[in-house]
Each structure stands twice: as structure tokens, then as C-alpha cells.
Design a protein around this ligand. Structure first.
Ligand code: ADP
Ligand code: MG
Length: 356
């Protein structure tokens, strides 16, 4: 499946914009601030029913407008028109003019992999940024995961609300256990899927990293979770006292993290800028490979300001990699038309260029 036409109304700075894309390499160029990243975000929105950057939909609406729509015409095995509208605090998604009963029914139709300069937070930011990467990888291909994640978040909110209301006072263990019971099944399944995901991507990730970096160091990803240390139910029961005092839930998959390393060293502390960037790109291409393995389809690859992110030599290696067969539709942005054209010239693929 590929996106053949994108139409935006009041989507961030795009009052009205219609773009055609080919099933190949699409370049979007233009000065800073014209809205190139916003277009890639709109494509991400079509697949995931939310912005990559901003979870608050009302802020996606163009200033002083009351609604936005994103429409995408997908071509391929199962052509479909997807329309997402947000107005009056309400989001609706239609496929071929028919509204989905629930938003999550739509997720999984299309997969997107987004590589943007903002991804630096994946390494330098906190554990939430890394969990978000894992969740986005799994939610796009596994509805049960998406459902479990939403169940878990709700149950966690309720448990934390109880702990908070009690302000550190004693809570009947049976009452607290009844809250635990809601967290446990979802938590165990999420843990299992996250573990499988990391195990699955490791080999491909390592190969891509070494390809990009030309360095000899071995990159590593460790899945760190309280649930690695024992049975979730027991862990929760054992921390009842601690949770009552802290007024929040101290164990669970909401504490998970990924530990990134190069050789024996933590990437965050010792990685050079180039190494960190290669690491992130390798992670994203591993995500791409994972989607492809699971769905047997090409995800849409969104490459935002790739030349700002990495030096030209690394960028050329990335382009050679994704330009080779095995990749489907690519949307790539750059401030310089000539630069992006030079780099893509040798690649034999469908190409389309837009200058905004
Ligand atoms: N809700 C919004 N309404 C209007 N403009 C917005 C909104 N959100 C972001 N923008 C504008 O979009 C522009 C940035 O677009 P962006 O896609 O990042 O540009 P580029 O990637 O081409 O540099 C900024 O000028 C910003 O103010
Ligand atoms: Mg941009």
C-alpha cells in the first residue's frame, strides 16, 4: 500500500494543501517553516490517528480555525480513502466514507516509520520516550497490545488515584489487591510482547548500525523491566506498603526502559553525536524491518531533514540502503532541493519532487 494523494485542511500551518505521491521516493523541499515536517506528521496521523509530536489534537488545528481534516488516498492491494476529522473535541475516522466504530479499529491498516531530528530524545530523554518507541512499534501491528496498553493505563490511573486519596494511610490489602488484579493480566502480556520485540529487532539493528557507523563497536539494547525480576502479582503484593507510603504504584511495565550501549559503555554518556545518530537510525530501520516481517507489506518511511541529522557520508549510506530494493514508499524532506536530488540521482526508483 502506498499513499497516492494527501489532502489537508487546517492541519497546523496548512490551511489547504493537496499533494500527490508516487510509490517510490518522494522529496519535499522548501525553506524552514514552510511545513515540511507537518506534512510528514499528517501521514503519520493517517496511520496512527495521532500526531507523532503532539498528543493534544486541539493544538493540531490551525490557529483560529475550529477543525482539521487529513485525507489520504491509498493505492495497492486494497485501495482505500481514509478521512480523519477533529472538531469540537471529537475525532472521527472514516474508511471509504464509513466511520469506524472505535478509533483503534483503524490502527494497523498502514504502518509508518518516522525518522526525525527530534528523535534524539530517544537517547537523551527519559524512559518515557523509549517506552513510546516500543509502544508505537507494537501498537501499529498488534491490536491486542494496543487494547492491553489502554486497559493497563486506566487500571494504573485508578490504583494511583486510590493511593493518593488515602494520603499515605493504611489500605486494606484485599482492597489494594483488587486493583492489582486489573493491572496484572495486561501488564504480563505487555511485558511479554516488549521482550519479544527487542529480541526480534536486535540482529537487524546491529547489522544496520555497523553498516552506518563503519565502527567496530557492538551496539546493545537491553530491555529493563521490573517484571524481569519475578512474577508481577508477587511484585505488586510485596510493594503494597511502599506504594501506600509513596502514594503511587512503584512496580509495573510503566517503569520499563531500554538500556542502550556501545561495547561496554552506556550510549547516553559516552556515545559521540555521530554514534548516537547512527544508533537512532538503526533502531528505526529495525522497526521498519519488524513491520515488514509481521505484515509482509512495506511501511511508509518518513525521513525528516535527514541531512541536518547526519553527515553527508552517513546520509548517502542511509540512502543507498533505503533506495535499494526492499523498501517501498519514502517521503523525504530537505531544505536544499539540489542536495537531495544529487543524493538520490543514482538510485533507480520512481521519483517525485515537490517544492513547497
Ligand atoms: N496549530 C498550528 N497552527 C498554525 N501553524 C502551526 C500550528 N502548529 C505549528 N504551526 C507552524 O508550522 C510551522 C512549522 O512547520 P514545520 O513543518 O516544522 O516546517 P518545516 O519542517 O518546513 O521547517 C511553524 O511556523 C509553526 O508555527
Ligand atoms: Mg522540519
Amino acid at each position: 500500500m502506498y499513499l497516492q494523494r494527501l489532502q489537508l485542511f487546517n492541519f497546523k500551518n496548512h490551511s489547504q494543501r493537496s499533494l500527490e505521491f508516487c510509490d517510490g521516493i518522494n522529496t519535499l523541499t522548501g525553506a524552514n517553516g514552510v511545513g515540511k515536517t507537518n506534512i510528514l506528521d499528517a501521514v503519520h496521523y493517517l496511520a496512527n490517528a495521532k500526531s507523532y509530536f503532539n498528543g493534544i489534537d486541539s493544538q493540531i488545528i490551525e490557529h483560529d480555525k475550529t477543525f482539521f481534516t487529513v485525507k489520504g488516498q491509498f493505492e495497492g492491494e486494497l485501495p482505500a480513502e481514509i478521512l480523519i476529522q477533529f472538531e469540537g473535541g471529537k475525532k472521527t475516522i472514516k474508511k471509504n466514507d464509513k466511520a469506524y466504530p472505535r478509533l483503534l479499529d483503524h490502527i494497523g491498516m498502514i504502518q509508518t516509520v518516522f525518522i526525525t531530528p527530534y528523535d534524539i530524545d530517544l537517547v537523551l530523554g527519559n524512559s518515557e520516550d523509549r517506552r513510546r518507541f516500543v509502544d508505537l512499534s507494537l501498537c501499529q501491528i498488534d491490536k491486542a497490545y494496543l487494547q492491553n496498553l489502554s486497559t493497563y493505563k486506566k487500571a494504573l490511573e485508578q490504583r494511583n488515584a486510590l493511593l493518593k486519596t488515602m494520603q499515605g494511610r493504611y489500605i486494606d490489602p484485599d482492597l489494594l489487591s483488587s486493583y492489582d488484579a486489573k493491572l496484572i493480566p495486561a501488564g504480563i502480556l505487555i511485558h511479554q510482547r516488549r521482550k519479544e520485540f527487542i529480541e526480534h529487532i536486535l540482529t537487524f539493528f546491529t547489522t544496520v548500525y555497523q553498516n552506518l557507523s563503519s565502527g567496530s563497536e557492538t551496539p546493545s539494547i537491553q530491555y529493563d523491566s521490573p517484571l524481569n525480576n519475578g512474577d508481577f502479582a508477587t511484585l505488586l503484593a510485596d510493594t503494597h506498603r511502599i506504594d501506600m507510603a509513596a502514594q503511587r504504584t512503584s512496580v509495573g511495565i510503566h517503569k520499563d526502559d531500554l538500556i542502550f550501549g556501545l561495547g561496554e559503555f552506556p550510549l547516553k554518556k559516552y556515545g559521540s553525536q555521530g554514534q548516537i545518530k547512527s544508533f537512532i537510525i538503526a533502531l528505526k530501520l529495525a522497526q521498519y524491518n519488524y513491520f515488514q516481517a509481521v505484515t509482509k507489506n512495506h511501511p511508509i518511511l518518513l525521513l525528516d531533514d535527514i541531512f541536518e541529522k547526519i553527515d553527508e557520508e552517513r546520509a548517502q549510506r542511509l540512502i543507498d540502503m533505503v533506495g535499494a530494493s526492499g523498501y517501498g514508499q519514502i517521503l523525504i524532506t530537505d531544505t536544499h532541493s539540489s542536495r537531495v536530488e544529487t543524493h538520490f540521482q543514482p538510485i533507480d526508483a520512481n521519483k517525485l519532487h515537490h517544492h513547497l
